[in-house]
Design a binder for this molecule. Sequence first.
Ligand code: PSV
Ligand code: MN
Length: 433
Amino acid sequence: MQLTKDIIQEYNNRLQDQHNEAFAFLKLQLDKKGIAANTLVEKIQDFQVAIPSWALGAGGTRFGRFSIGGEPGNLEEKIDDVGIIHALTQSAGAISLHIPWDIPKDTLAIKQRAESYGLSFDAMNSNTFQDQKNQPHSYQFGSLCHVDKVVRQQAIEHNLEVIEYGKALGSKSITVWLADGSSFPGQHNFRKAYQNTQASLQEIYCGMPEDWRMFIEYKPYEPYFYSMVIPDWGTSLSLAEGCGKNAYTLVDLGHHLPNTNIEQIVAILMMKGKLGGFHFNDSKYGDDDLTVGSIKPYQLFLIFNELVEGMSATSNLQTSKPPTSNLAWMIDASHNLKDPLEDLMQSLEAIRIAYAQALLVDREALEEAQLENDVTRCQEILQAAYRTDVRPLVAEARRLSGGAIDPIGLYRQLEIRKQLIKERGVHVVATGL
Ligand code: PSV
Ligand code: MN
C-alpha cells in the first residue's frame, strides 16, 4: 500500500492551524534564548533511524505469542510496512535485516522495492544463536567461541555470507550479536572462549570490504545465565580493538544490568571513537525490549545529551554530512501488546524528542557551571532542556519532510491495520523471535 503525498497533505491541512500555533509559541520561547528553531528542525529532519525486519510482527515471550493480524509474511511485505512508517514519519529511512530470518531471494528486486519507499539497508545482522534446518553443526554450546574449530568455521562462514547479502543490497555494516556463553560455573574456560571469539571475529573482519564497519553488540546475560562471552562494553571494545579500525562497539539499551549508567558508557566510547551504533528500546527489569521512552525517558535524554555533546566534540567539519549519520541508529524492540507499526512510530517519536531536548542544552552554561562546581546549576540546565515540550519542533520537522503532523492519528484514520489484515489475513506469522 502506497501512502500518497496528497493523502498526507490533506490530513495535515486539517491540523495545520493548531500545529502552527504550538510551533509559533515554542519558536518565540526559543528565540528569547537565542536558539534558532529552524536550525533545530533541520537537525531533527536529518535524524533517521533504521527499523529491524524482525520487529514488524508480534513478538513472543517464553510463554506465548499472540498474533496481531496482518503481519508481514515475507521480506517484501516487511519492506512495505517500513515504507508505511517512513511515509508517515519521515524518520525511518532504513531497514536492518536479520539473516537467515529475512534472506533476500532476488536482491535487485528487494533493493528496488526498498528504494521505491526511499529506504536503504542499514546494518546486516547475523544469527548464530539458533540452529537452522540442515545445518551440519549445532550452536548449542556456542558458535564463534566454540571449543571445536569446525563449529567456529561454520559460524564464521555464516557471517561472511551475511556480508555478501549486504553487499548486494548496498549495506555497509554487519552487527554481530554473539549469544555464546555458559550457564554453569566450570562450563567455559573464559580465557579460551575469549581467544576463540577474537580469532573468529578477526576472520570475519578480514572478509569485510574496506568501507564496511563491524558492530560488536554486548549483553550481560541471556540466553545464558552464568556468563556471556561478550557481557559488557569493555569486552566488546577490547574485541573491536583487536579487530581493527573499522570495528566498533554497539550499545543496545536493554543489554545492561539494572541501574548501569549507560550515558557514561556512551560518552567514553565516543571519546575513544569506538561507538558504532545503537539499538534503542526501553526496559524496567531486563532486556524487556519495550517501546523507546516508555519507562525511562529521562535516561534516554541523558544518553542523547552525551551523544550530542560527543558529536559536537568529534564532528568532522570537512564533510557536509550531518554528524548523526556516522552512527548506526536502530530500534530493537518487541511488540507483544501493541500494533507493531504504532509501537515503532511511538519509538521514533521518543527518539527524536530526546534528541531535540538534548540539542536545547545550553552547553556553554553547563561547562561554566561544571568548572565552578555549581552542581545545582548543572542540574537546572539539564532539566530546563528536558522539561521543554519539544513536540512542535519534532512535528514541524516531520511536516517539512512530507510526513504527517500526527502519524498515528493518520494511521488510525486510514485504518491501515484493518487493510493489512484484509490483504494478508489474520493468522500470518512474521519471522523473527
Ligand atoms: C539480542 O537480544 C538482540 O538485541 C540482538 O541485537 C539480536 O540481533 C536481536 O536482539 C534479535 O534477537
Ligand atoms: Mn540488539
